[in-house]
Design a protein around this ligand. Structure first.
Ligand SMILES: [Zn+2]
Length: 104
């Protein structure tokens, strides 16, 4: 991770919102967690040891959340698959009758 030049982003902050702002490039971010991740990815060289450790912990939590999200989606996919399979097996007793379902 290096301190790479941060591209400029077009941002539009709604009135009344108070986003967190990156102290290095001024980019507004939605939360403190996103600021920590942004600093760790785009401004690694400027961070102190405590901020780097905070980035590692936040990154680890983000990965855990993503893993949980993927597992939930996989579970949902399995449920939908078996639901369709159950409905298909309930509606049809002849495996070739799907042709009649499609064309009738
Ligand atoms: Zn920044």
């Amino acid at each position: 991770m290096t301190d790479r030049p941060t591209p400029t982003y077009e941002t539009d902050v709604p009135p009344g919102e108070s986003p967190v702002e990156c102290p290095h490039c001024g980019r507004p971010l939605e939360s403190e967690q996103l600021l920590v991740l942004h600093e760790g990815i785009d401004h690694w060289e400027r961070l102190g040891d405590d901020r780097r450790e905070e980035f590692r912990e936040t990154y680890r939590r983000e990965n855990d959340d993503l893993r949980t999200f993927r597992l939930k989606l996989l579970g949902l996919l399995v449920v939908v698959y078996f639901a369709f399979l159950f409905v298909y097996s309930w509606q049809t007793t002849d495996p070739y009758s799907v042709i009649s379902l499609v064309f009738v």
